[in-house]
Design a protein around this ligand. Structure first.
Ligand SMILES: *Cc1c(COP(=O)(O)O)cnc(C)c1O
Length: 379
C-alpha cells in the first residue's frame, strides 16, 4: 500500500516532547516556542513570529489584525482551502473570489484590480503547492490602493520569490502578514500547528495581545508593565510547549526533509514529462520568479474521465492519489453569496487536478511504480 501522505518523524520528536514535559512548563510561549519562533525570524527574515495551533488560527489572527469589519471586501482565489476565506468571513467580510491562471492554480494577479472598490481591505494570495504568486505585482497593486496583503503560505515553507531587481525574499516575508501550517500533510509538521509571521511593524504589539487572549501578558512577562489585563479582543491561539517541542525536532532536519522531497518531485517530473506532453496532461509550472519547495506533485488531466481512470488504475495497485479543492465560489455555503462571475480555471483545477503521493519515506522504486502505472494510461 502506498498512502497519499505519511507523516515523517525525524526521531527526536519524542525526546524534545519528553524534555518539555519534564521542564514543567507545558503551556505556550516557553523554551521550545521561543526556539521555533527565533528560527523562523532568523532563517526567513520574518519580523515577528508567533506559533499558533493551526494555520487556520494564524489566518484568523490576521483577519483581526487587518481590522476587517462587516461589509469589507477581501480578494482571494476560489481554488483554496476553506480556512483562507473562513477567517475573514468570521469577521463579516464579503469574499471576492478570483480565478486561477491557466498554468497555475494560484490566483490570477491581473484580475485583481478590476475587483477593487472602496470596500476592499485586503488581498490574500495563496502560494499553491509552495509556488509563489507574483508578489511584486500584488504588492504594487496593494500599495497603490492602500490594501493589506495577507499571504496564505500554508504550503510555502522554505520557498522564495525573486523581485525584478534580482533580490530574493522568502515567501511569507513579503506581505504585511503571513500564515503557515504545520498540519501533518505539510512539509514540516507538528500534527496540528501553525505560525503567524508579522512583517509590518505596526502590527507587532497588537499581534501579541490577540495571541494572549486579548491581554498584555507578554509585555508583563517582559517586565514592561507592572500588571496585565484585558486590553483588546483576542483568543487562545498559542500551542502548548509539547507541540513546539515536536516542531523543533522537525526544524532541525528541515534541510534533509526538503532535499528528499525535491528528489521525489524531480523524479515524478522527469518520469511523466513525455507522457504528459503526448496525452495533453499539464505538469506543474514553476515561474522564473519562484522556487519549488516540493510541497506537492500534481498533474492536471485533460478531463475528469482521464483523472478517474488514473485514480482507478492506481487504486487497483493499492496506491492512493487524491484530487484537491472544490472551488469555494461553488461551495454550498458560499455559492449564493458569490457575485456570479464564472471562474473557469478554478473549476478546471477542481475537476482535473490530481495529487500524487509525496512524502519523505517514499522510495525511488515506489515512485517508479507509480510513474509506470500512470504512463500506461493511454488517452
Ligand atoms: C493546509 C492549509 C490551510 C490550513 O492549515 P491548518 O494548519 O490545517 O489550519 C490553509 N490554507 C491552505 C492553502 C492550506 O493548504
Amino acid at each position: 500500500m502506498i498512502p497519499f501522505n505519511k507523516p515523517y518523524l525525524t526521531g527526536k520528536e519524542a525526546h524534545y516532547m519528553y524534555d518539555a514535559v519534564h521542564t514543567g512548563k507545558l503551556s505556550g510561549n516557553g523554551k521550545y516556542t521561543k526556539l521555533c519562533q527565533q528560527f523562523f525570524e532568523d532563517e526567513y527574515g520574518f519580523k515577528k513570529c508567533l506559533l499558533t495551533t493551526s494555520c487556520t488560527d494564524a489566518l484568523e489572527m490576521a483577519a483581526i489584525l487587518a481590522n476587517i469589519e462587516p461589509g469589507d471586501e477581501v480578494i482571494m482565489p476560489s481554488y483554496t482551502f476553506v480556512s483562507t476565506s473562513n477567517a475573514f468571513v468570521l469577521r463579516g467580510a464579503v469574499i471576492r473570489f478570483i480565478d486561477s491562471k491557466s498554468d497555475q492554480p494560484g490566483l490570477d494577479e491581473d484580475a485583481i484590480e478590476a475587483l477593487i472598490n472602496k470596500n476592499t481591505k485586503a488581498i490574500v494570495p495563496v502560494h499553491y503547492a509552495g509556488v509563489a504568486c507574483d508578489m511584486e505585482k500584488i504588492m504594487n497593486i496593494a500599495s497603490k490602493h492602500n490594501l493589506l496583503v495577507v499571504e496564505d503560505a500554508a504550503q510555502a515553507i522554505d520557498s522564495y520569490y525573486t523581485f525584478s531587481d534580482g533580490s530574493r525574499k522568502a515567501l511569507g516575508s513579503i506581505g504585511h502578514l503571513a500564515a503557515f501550517s504545520f498540519h501533518e500533510t505539510k512539509n514540516i509538521i507538528s500534527g496540528e500547528g501553525g505560525l503567524l509571521a508579522v512583517n509590518d511593524e505596526r502590527f507587532i504589539k497588537r499581534s501579541e495581545i490577540i495571541w494572549e487572549k486579548g491581554t498584555n501578558r507578554s509585555a508583563f512577562f517582559r517586565g514592561e508593565v507592572d500588571k496585565y489585563g484585558w486590553v483588546d479582543i483576542g483568543s487562545s491561539f498559542l500551542p502548548s510547549e509539547t507541540i513546539a517541542a515536536f516542531l523543533w525536532a522537525q526544524l532541525e532536519n528541515l534541510e534533509d526533509i526538503q532535499d528528499r522531497r525535491k528528489q521525489h518531485w524531480q523524479m515524478y517530473y522527469d518520469g511523466l514529462k513525455n507522457w504528459a506532453e503526448q496525452y495533453c496532461v499539464q505538469l506543474p509550472n514553476i515561474p522564473s520568479f519562484a522556487t519549488n519547495n516540493a510541497h506537492m506533485f500534481y498533474i492536471v488531466c485533460k478531463s475528469m474521465e482521464q483523472r478517474s481512470e488514473i485514480i482507478q488504475q492506481l487504486k487497483d495497485h493499492d496506491i492512493h492519489a487524491v484530487f484537491h479543492y472544490l472551488s469555494l465560489h461553488k461551495s454550498p455555503y458560499y455559492q449564493k453569496k458569490h457575485d456570479g462571475r464564472d471562474l473557469l480555471q478554478s473549476d478546471r483545477f477542481s475537476n482535473n487536478l490530481l495529487r500524487l503521493p509525496l512524502y519523505y519515506e517514499l522510495t525511488p522504486q515506489q515512485i517508479s511504480e507509480i510513474i509506470k502505472i500512470i504512463t500506461d494510461v493511454k488517452g
